[in-house]
Design a protein around this ligand. Sequence first.
Ligand code: NAP
Length: 285
Amino acid sequence: MSQAHQARLMDGTGLARRIVEEASRRAAEVTRRTGTAPCLATVLVGEDPASVTYVRMKRNRCRKAGIESRQVSLPATTTTAELVDTLTALSADPSVHGILLQHPVGPRIDERAAFEAIAPEKDVDGVTLSSYAAMSFGLPGFLSCTPGGIMRLLDEYDVDLAGRRAVVVGRSAILGKPVGMLLLGRDATVTYCHSRTKDLPSLLREADVVVAAVGRPELIRGEDIKPGAVVVDAGYNPGNVGDVHFDSAVTRAGLITPVPGGVGPMTIATLLEQTVTGAERQLGL
Ligand code: NAP
C-alpha cells in the first residue's frame, strides 16, 4: 500500500529558540559592556484580553532573554494626542531602546499617527512608514516582525525564491503587504490576493510559495496547493487553527508550517532580536 505524501514541517519553535538564545547572548554582552540592559517599552491602550495576553507573553520572553521591559498601560479613553505624547517621550528616552505599541489600538485612535510618533531607530516592531519604506527598498532598518520571521524560516529551509511564483493572501500593513515586499526583494514574482480577489483557487494552484495571512480559519484547502509548494501559514485563529487546512495541505505541499509552532514563535524572536540590535546601535556598540 502506498503511503500518502507528507510535507516536511518548518519548525518555527526550534528556529525561534536558537534566535532567542543568540539575542540573549548579545543582550548579556550589551549589559556587560555598557552597564545598561537592552530595554523594550510596551505600550498598551485599554484592556482587550488578547492584547493583554500578547503583551504579557512578550514581556516574559524579554525577561528570560535578559532584555528589560517597561510596561506603559493607558486607559481605553486615551486620545490620539495623549498616545502620541507618550510615544514621543519614549522615543526621546535614552534608557528605552525599542518601542512596541500593541495593536489594534481601538477605533478612537488614529493608529497611523500613533505609529509615526515612534522614532525609526526604536521601531523594533517595524510599523512606521520609514521602516516600511526602507524594507521595501532593501535598505537597512527594522523589519515588520512577522514578515521578518517568515523570511528567516524560508531561509532556514533553503527555499529558493528567485523567479518563483509567490502568492500572498492578505494585504494588511503589518503582514501581507510587507511580506510581499520582502519576497519581491528576493526576486520572487509576487501576487497579492485579498477580499476582492476573484478566483483565489486558480491563483493558488500556480503558486510555488503561498503565504496565508488572512485571519479566516482553514480558508486555503489542500486541493488548491500546487504539489511540492512551500506553504507558510501566518494565520492564527481561535482554537489554534491557521488559515490553511493543514490536513489536506500537508499531503500536497513540499514544506509547510504547522499552527501553532510555525510562524508564531518567529514573530517574538524577531522582536527580541531587533530590540537587542536597537540597543547595540543606540549604545554605540
Ligand atoms: P487583517 O488586517 O484582518 O487582514 C486580513 C487580510 O485578509 C486583508 O487584506 C483582507 O482583504 C484579506 N482577506 C479577508 N478575507 C479574505 C478572503 N476571503 N480571501 C482573500 N483575502 C481575504 O489581518 P492581519 O492582521 O494581517 O492578520 C492575518 C492573520 O494572521 C490573522 O489570523 C492573525 O491572527 C495572524 N497573525 C499572526 C501573527 C503571528 O505572529 N503569527 C502576527 C500577525 C497576525 P482586504 O484587504 O480586502 O480586506
